[in-house]
Design a protein around this ligand. Structure first.
Ligand code: PSU
Ligand code: MN
Length: 301
């Protein structure tokens, strides 16, 4: 692993650090908004008292924290591998460039000693999974790796009831922040109740520390609703989702390509509105993650 000096110093001194993923940069948003958003998210983490550590694979090494130049290169590179649990070691062995998904970012964060990670949306159970078997490797990762992930719930491109069922089976705490409903990424309310609710970063931090003390492996999913002023209600984003899903089906999109394809089509179909909402919710998640990381540091002191 290679650490930036800023991240290395923060970890050595026991200061709060927040991990950030890179698939959202390479496969989730178009250039140049991807790099601008990544920088803004890092700045938001710093503004709330933590050090950001964007994670990616370059030159056969796991990078914990990226320089400005490295972030810029990643944001424009072609043929970057999308890395989940299955691909991480292979990408390192081949010396290729890879962007880490939620699952791979959790693995790298835990290796680096980082306990909190902010992103946009997690992978989940895709619609039609009963025949396609398309269930993101993000879900079992929450049961294995002790990192608290702050996301805005899961996108309605997924089957949200099945996603919550799989998380429950895997023993993953799914915690809605400040409301009872499980949020649906662009929308604050999916219409489903979240299994758990917490109203403070301190409680979320305490639950993470307690989980470790009980000897339970795995982390937590914190579902933080998008700020109201940035929300796109389900009835407005719904038609774009349905069109994107129909296009994916017609074109036979499968496996790793499904999620990036759907995100790209929804950005286009909403004329970029989905991207503005996406950036607003990641910033919101960065703030909460920085607070949780600060609380964990206080508890461990
Ligand atoms: N969902 C989003 N935005 C994203 C992703 C998912 O709303 O950028 C990315 C994340 O990196 C996530 C990955 O870990 O896609 C899941 O991919 P898959 O569905 O192929 O497991
Ligand atoms: Mn999949």
């Amino acid at each position: 692993m290679t650490f930036t000096p800023e991240v290395r110093a923060a970890l050595d001194e026991g200061r709060p650090v927040v991990a950030l993923e890179s698939t959202i940069i390479t496969h989730g948003m178009p250039f140049p908004q991807n790099v601008e958003a990544a920088r803004a998210v890092e700045a938001e983490v710093r503004a709330h008292g933590a050090v950001p550590a964007t994670i990616a694979v370059m030159d056969g090494r796991i990078h914990i924290g990226l320089s400005d130049a490295a972030l810029d290169a990643l944001g424009q590179a072609q043929g970057v591998m999308k890395l989940s649990r299955a691909d991480l070691a292979a990408c390192l062995a081949m010396g290729r460039m890879g962007a880490t998904t939620v699952a791979a970012t959790m693995i790298c964060a835990a290796l680096a000693g980082i306990e909190v990670f902010a992103t946009g949306g997690i992978g989940g159970v895709h619609r039609g999974a009963e025949t396609s078997f398309d269930i993101s490797a993000d879900l079992p990762e929450f049961a294995l790796t002790a990192v608290t992930v702050v996301a805005a719930g899961a996108k309605a491109i997924l089957d949200l009831p099945k996603t919550l069922e799989v998380l429950e089976t895997q023993g993953v705490p799914v915690i809605a922040y400040g409301q009872d409903a499980f949020p649906a990424f662009w929308s604050r309310d999916s219409g489903l109740r979240a299994p758990l609710r917490m109203d403070s970063a301190a409680q979320i931090a305490a639950a993470q520390v307690m989980r470790g003390q009980l000897g339970l492996p795995g982390g937590q999913l914190v579902a933080n609703p998008i700020p109201a002023e940035a929300e796109i209600p389900l009835d407005e984003i719904g038609p774009a989702i349905e069109t994107a899903l129909a296009e994916a089906e017609a074109q036979g999109i499968a496996a790793k390509e499904v999620t990036p394809f759907l995100l790209d089509r929804i950005f286009a179909l909403t004329g970029g509105r989905s991207l503005d909402a996406n950036i607003a919710l990641v910033l919101n998640n960065a703030r909460l993650a920085a607070q949780i990381a600060g609380e964990i540091v206080s508890l461990r002191a």
